[in-house]
Design a protein around this ligand. Structure first.
Ligand SMILES: NC(=O)c1ccc[n+]([C@@H]2O[C@H](COP(=O)([O-])OP(=O)(O)OC[C@H]3O[C@@H](n4cnc5c(N)ncnc54)[C@H](O)[C@@H]3O)[C@@H](O)[C@H]2O)c1
Length: 358
């Protein structure tokens, strides 16, 4: 079991990374948390408001592809654990511009693996006290028909530049385990929902457009299926895999909670109708739904079989879908300041205020 004395969290200012850092006291108690984030459009330092550099926390603005910086960080800090969230993560953007996905998701992961290899396998450290947790996605497995589930032995079959870049990074992590003995595990999780997700993704996007009375575009016939998991349950699964997982193994994480996209959108419409003032027309928000041309290569169905993680790790999701969705929609409605800041990018002023001159 790793020492967890100093945990490098990459992508800590994104959706899942920031939720993980907020839960770090319970997930990795007593550890020093070192956050590395480039603060791309998706990374928002405000997501970590309240955290200040000190004995247990440090934030570093930087690129995981910057080998000088990453090696320096491994030299300055006694990092024994990496939780690697940093990635370009939006499928639509990967179709418009795949290069950044190849750079960050593949080259960035390679760079981190190299730094960990140099630091952990140099003979001065006991690798048994270290672990590289690579946070990946179920999208590496491709698309399912109406039946069946992804297990850890499902062959990889990525369909988008995003999933191909994640699959590639998974292979690199496996290669570093088998070739060099780098202590590493991979987690492949289904779609997450919850607070602090950048409002280009389905649930916050639909919530905010529904609030504003804007059109709610749904791809194709809306019958694509995703398996939704509350973000805090994903974070708990990662820390449990860190504690109990076996190096070289992969662990599927999912909520056993399959929903069609149209079901998600209708659920959000009903919640916004319940929680926000009515539309001026008096109509239900469901009237805003429009069906648009499907995106290329849109995977039909993802569904995770998380039996291995449930039985070998002993993890179970805690949040039910109904209360989780209500909490999530309410969070976006209640946090209009956060929404305004991430939409217009003005959080960069916050960064200058907090970390200007560094
Ligand atoms: N969101 C999901 O539903 C989901 C599901 C399964 C797996 N994942 C995986 O979990 C991880 C986190 O996803 P997320 O939804 O929080 O993503 P996100 O897009 O919200 O956050 C990504 C973070 O990484 C940072 N980043 C991007 N490029 C970087 C670089 N070159 N150097 C340093 N930092 C960089 C961004 O600034 C941002 O803070 C990703 O690896 C993703 O593939 C996400």
């Amino acid at each position: 079991m790793p020492g967890n004395k100093c945990v490098l969290v990459t992508g800590a200012c994104g959706f899942i990374g920031s939720n993980f850092v907020k839960m770090a006291d319970q997930l990795v108690p007593g550890a020093r948390i070192v956050c590395l984030d480039k603060l791309t459009y998706a990374g928002n330092l405000e997501n970590l408001a309240g955290f200040e550099d000190g004995d247990n926390f440090r934030f570093v603005k930087g690129d995981i592809c910057d080998d000088v910086l990453v090696n320096k960080l491994f030299g300055e800090e006694a990092i024994d654990t990496v939780i690697h969230f940093a990635a370009e993560s939006h499928v639509d953007r990967s179709i418009d511009g795949p290069a950044e996905f190849v750079r960050t998701n593949i080259m960035g992961t390679f760079n981190l693996l190299e730094a960990a290899r140099k630091s952990w396998l140099d003979g001065k450290r006991d690798p048994a006290t270290c672990c590289f947790v690579h946070v990946s996605t179920d999208e590496v497995y491709g698309s399912l028909g109406d039946t069946g589930y992804f297990t850890e032995t499902t062959p990889y079959d990525p369909r988008s530049p995003y999933s191909a870049s994640k699959a590639s990074s998974d292979h690199l992590v496996n290669a570093y385990f088998h070739t060099y003995g780098l202590p590493a595990i991979i987690t492949n999780c289904s779609n997450n929902y919850g607070p602090y997700q950048f409002p280009e993704k389905l649930i916050p996007l639909v919530t905010l457009n529904a609030l504003d009375g804007k059109d709610l575009p749904v791809y194709g016939d809306g019958m694509n299926v995703r398996d939704w998991l509350f973000v805090e349950d994903h974070c708990t699964a990662i820390s449990e895999c860190l504690k109990k997982g076996v190096n070289g193994e992969g662990y599927n994480i999912g909520g056993n909670n399959e929903r069609t996209n149209i079901e998600i959108v209708e659920k959000i419409c009903d919640l916004v109708d319940e929680l926000a003032p009515p539309l001026p027309s008096g109509e239900s928000r469901r009237s805003l739904i429009t069906f648009v041309t499907d995106r290329p290569g849109h995977d039909k169905r993802y569904a995770i079989d998380a039996t291995k993680t449930r039985t070998e790790i002993g993890w179970e999701p805690q949040m039910d879908f109904g209360p989780g969705m209500k909490l999530t929609v309410k969070w976006y409605l209640d946090n209009s300041g956060w929404v305004a800041n991430v939409r217009d990018g003005s959080y960069k002023e916050y960064y200058e205020k907090m970390y200007g001159g560094r």
